[in-house]
Ligand binder design. Structure first.
Ligand SMILES: NC(=O)c1ccc[n+]([C@@H]2O[C@H](COP(=O)([O-])OP(=O)(O)OC[C@H]3O[C@@H](n4cnc5c(N)ncnc54)[C@H](O)[C@@H]3O)[C@@H](O)[C@H]2O)c1
Ligand SMILES: O=C(O)C(=O)C[C@@H](O)[C@H](O)[C@H](O)COP(=O)(O)O
Ligand SMILES: [Zn+2]
Length: 365
């Protein structure tokens, strides 16, 4: 069964399709969404995903009458760079992509963010379609944040550019390595922690099924996660206010990714640590103790890290946090849980309290 959700953004509204075996129908969906056949398409994928799914996607689209080019980047976070972006643009030019062309992101969040930024910047913006293949990408494929990294800061060169549709074949998730499964579930838990206590409890109860890639549990979890994301983005597309809550755990998480070296800590792992830190900060600020105990318990249950690797330098972590997009006018804005399923955007968190939590989380076991 195919589940459908909508990201409501007026004329930029688009559907999210979630279903097992959807890839076999990609040609028909492209036609349905008016993707023209007069200009070439460019599929961007990576070295793990390409060998598994590129032939099928390209073949289905060609059978439907599309002219298709492809570019495969190295798998992993290091491909979210300006140098790789330049390579993809070279392929786009050689393949004759024009302003009516569409870029297809076939892969996880790395490919989605990179290919999305290619689409946002190529000829000042062309269409793109998200074809997510990781659990984490239920988050990254929705909402139109596209970017590459700078060595000093994550996602610092980017844009808001919404896709035409999100086309999520959950069958592809069966080939994910266990570490990537767990890291992807971190963002699913985040969607519960910021919005829905009942869904958070469901995630915890179904940890075994989710980690074991049980099809029914996965479909439900992804649908719920995408629903939260779509609801938030539909209310505040450009993060003027509410959308910042999707960043729970990310100020510290992004700093840990950059300081550890991109790809050492997976994004989902880094933000799991960040969400535990936010829960500890909440308790320090006077919110109930159970926020910390429940948050940490859940991430431990999913086998995700809940402590900061001891070798990472506190000073460097603090410096990296100052590059966060929510560090404005000398103030650190932090997403603080006030209960399970509820958060506030706190504009007055002192760097000193954050530093104390960072130091504590490097010492505790
Ligand atoms: N734009 C957003 O709103 C947003 C949201 C969340 C995360 N992100 C970004 O997403 C990135 C992380 O995404 P990710 O966790 O999907 O990482 P990823 O794209 O690197 O994929 C994880 C790994 O799994 C492999 N892989 C992907 N699909 C596979 C499949 N079906 N079978 C086997 N292997 C597969 C990839 O090659 C890679 O090695 C980070 O850069 C993060 O900043 C962006
Ligand atoms: O979509 C959003 O908004 C998010 O914050 C989702 C995050 O999970 C994601 O990692 C995003 O890329 C972070 O955005 P950034 O603006 O902090 O770079
Ligand atoms: Zn994230």
């Amino acid at each position: 069964m195919i589940k459908e959700l909508t990201v409501n953004l007026g004329e930029r509204s688009y559907p999210i399709y979630i279903g097992e075996g959807l890839l076999s129908e990609i040609g028909a969906y492209f036609e349905k969404h008016g993707i023209g056949k007069g200009s070439p398409l460019l599929i961007v994928t990576d070295t793990h995903v390409g060998p598994k799914y590129l032939k099928e996607v390209a073949g289905r689209l060609e059978s439907a009458g599309y002219k298709v080019a492809a570019h495969t980047v190295d798998s992993g976070e290091k491909s979210k760079s300006l140098a790789v972006l330049e390579d993809v643009v070279a392929t786009a030019l050689e393949a004759g992509l024009d302003r009516k062309s569409t870029v297809i992101a076939l892969g996880g969040g790395v490919v989605g963010d990179l290919a999305g930024f290619v689409a946002a910047s190529y000829m000042r913006g062309i269409r793109f379609v998200q074809v997510p293949t990781t659990i984490l990408a239920h988050d990254s494929s929705v909402g139109g944040k596209v970017a590459v990294n700078h060595p000093l800061a994550k996602n610092i060169i980017g844009a808001f550019h919404q896709p035409e549709m999100v086309f999520y074949d959950t069958q592809t998730l069966q080939s994910l390595p266990d570490r990537e499964v767990r890291a992807g579930l971190s963002e699913m838990i985040k969607h519960g922690l910021i919005w829905d206590a009942e869904f958070t409890a469901w995630c915890e109860e179904n940890a075994g099924k989710l980690v074991g890639l049980d099809s029914e549990a996965l479909q439900h979890g992804l649908y719920m996660g995408c629903s939260v994301k779509a609801a938030v983005v539909s209310k505040d597309e450009r993060e003027n206010d509410l959308r910042a809550i999707l960043n729970l755990g990310h100020t510290l998480g992004h700093a840990l990714e950059a300081v550890a070296g991109y790809g050492e800590l997976l994004h989902g792992e880094a933000i799991a640590i960040g969400m535990v830190a936010a829960a500890k900060l909440a308790v320090k600020l006077g919110y109930p103790e159970h926020i910390d105990t429940v948050t940490e318990r859940i991430f431990r249950k999913f086998g995700l890290p809940v402590r900061i690797p001891a070798h990472l330098d506190t000073h460097e972590i603090m410096r990296a946090m100052m590059h966060d997009k929510k560090f404005n006018e000398g103030k650190m804005v932090y997403i603080i849980p006030t209960d399970i399923g509820k958060v506030v955007i706190d504009k007055n968190v002192s760097a000193e309290s954050v530093k104390q939590i960072v130091n504590r989380m490097k010492q505790e076991d």
